[in-house]
Design a protein around this ligand. Sequence first.
Ligand SMILES: [Zn+2]
Length: 78
Amino acid sequence: MEQTNGNDILRKQVDSIEKEVNQLEKEKEEIQNDCKHKGETFVQFDKSNSMKKHCSECKRELGYPSQKEQEVFLGNKK
Ligand SMILES: [Zn+2]
């Protein structure tokens, strides 16, 4: 089947991208593990549209923001 060749090439490209992404994710985790998350934080919506608090230094997710932090975040947005 001729289709197979095309699919194979795409598959290989995707495989190689995924491998790279995994490697970069691991690198990111190592950097974030070194961070003490003691500095500033910022609030941002995650993929499921819930507010999450992040470390400003390493961008690691630190859980849900407090009521006050949510208000400040939503206030800034307007
Ligand atoms: Zn951090």
